[in-house]
Design a protein around this ligand. Structure first.
Ligand code: PLP
Length: 388
């Protein structure tokens, strides 16, 4: 099996699993108890918080553990909306955010908030000027993803952070695809709120965190017990938190070398596809992108059949967002780039990981031309497009 769907999720690293295991068995106690075992687990959570904070340039008490990226996004956006509703009702985001952000904004629109969905250009980017021009005296939040999960493009986060800070507007970034792949410093980049998710960087699923800048009074999303200093209720997922911290530590260790290697594989794959397959196009900016995501539109075919054919050959890829994989709607991200519905539905995302090899990419490149051809032959789009 050749796994190339790392942007959907990554395997848990053996070292991460090893770090987590004792917290399922011997160290199972609730971290809120007063006895020794509970204090031991409390310390494990505090240590994990320090590791996560350290890798983001944050303070320990600015990190709050969550059940993943979706919860962190919901908390950040709904929290700011609720706390600043008397000051304004305008939120700025983009039209290529993950649904965890888009659907949260749509929910808030139903509550009377106004949301501007900045349109990206054909490379999948917005400019800092677009953001600056859209801010009004009613703007309370700018929420812009660090890197896109479908096409891998990286937004100009530092510049947007500077504008937000100069204009006194809070800035949240969904950094779920960026953490563990790009060095991030929340202070230097003027980020007030940042969401991350453990399972995107070889940590466990169902783990994540929200960075909340010191002094920011964000109301709780989940009410109940006093965990996470009274701001996020629910018994702490100690094994998950320990695993998340181990994973972020490992992700940033030797990052430059790993990125160089994966980037070489990515470019080898991009060039190989262009050399072997006619009528295809890379989606997203050619340079300003994560080192691991390759998204191609192959004309005259349906991406789903290509995915199934690849799967039958042992190659696992995706048609973009894991959340829309089961829906027949073409990706909102690809449509935002200006692709027609037909083109968008004939698109595939290969997302590489540090364990992928050149031999695996060669294997994919050998198989791909024939499966693309087969998908085109069985597609009604092939006949239609040929005559258009
Ligand atoms: N934001 C982005 C950019 C993502 O890629 C994802 C997951 O695919 C999420 C948010 C949601 O994260 P989680 O799966 O941890 O809820």
């Amino acid at each position: 099996m050749i796994y190339m769907d790392h942007a959907a999720t990554t395997p848990v690293k053996p070292e991460v699993l090893e770090a987590m295991l004792p917290y399922f068995s011997t160290n199972y106690s609730n971290a809120s108890g007063v006895y020794k075992l509970a204090r031991f687990n409390r310390k494990a959570i505090d240590d994990a918080r320090a590791v996560v904070a350290d890798h983001l340039g944050a303070r320990n008490d600015e990190i709050f553990f969550t059940s993943g990226g979706t919860e962190a996004d919901n908390w950040a956006i709904k929290g700011v909306a609720e706390s600043l509703k008397d000051r304004g009702n305008h939120i700025i985001t983009t039209n290529i955010e993950h649904h965890a952000v888009l659907h949260t904004c749509q929910y808030l629109e139903k509550q009377g908030f106004k949301v501007t969905y900045l349109p990206v250009n054909q490379d999948g980017l917005i400019t800092p000027e677009q953001v600056a021009q859209t801010i009004t005296e009613k703007t309370i939040l700018i929420s812009i993803m660090y890197a896109n999960n479908e096409i891998g493009t990286i937004m100009p986060i530092s510049e947007i952070g500077k504008i937000a800070s100069d204009r006194g507007v809070l800035f949240h970034t969904d950094a779920v695809q960026a953490v563990g792949q790009i060095p991030i410093n929340v202070r230097k980049e003027n980020i007030d709120l940042l969401s991350l998710s453990g399972h995107k960087f070889y940590g466990p699923k169902g783990t994540g965190a929200l960075y909340i800048r010191m002094g920011l009074k964000l109301p709780s999303l989940l009410h109940g017990g006093g965990q996470e200093r009274g701001r996020r209720a629910g018994t702490e997922n100690v094994p998950g938190i320990v695993g998340l911290a181990k994973a972020i530590y490992l992700a940033y260790r030797g990052l430059e070398d790993k990125n160089t290697r994966v980037r070489e594989l990515r470019d080898y794959l991009i060039n190989g596809i262009y050399e072997r397959i006619p009528c295809c196009k890379l989606n997203g900016h050619r340079e300003q992108r994560l080192s691991n995501i390759v998204n191609f539109s192959f004309g005259f075919m349906d991406g789903e059949s290509l995915l199934l054919l690849l799967d039958s050959k042992g190659i696992i890829a995706s048609n973009g967002s894991a959340c829309t994989a089961s829906s027949l709607d073409p990706s909102h991200v690809l449509e935002a780039l200006g692709l027609s519905r037909k083109r968008a539905s004939g698109s595939i995302r290969f997302s590489l990981g540090e364990e992928n090899t050149r031999q695996e990419v060669d294997c994919l490149l050998n198989i791909l031309p024939s499966v693309v051809e087969k998908s085109r032959i069985i597609s009604p789009l092939y006949e239609q497009e040929r005559w258009n």
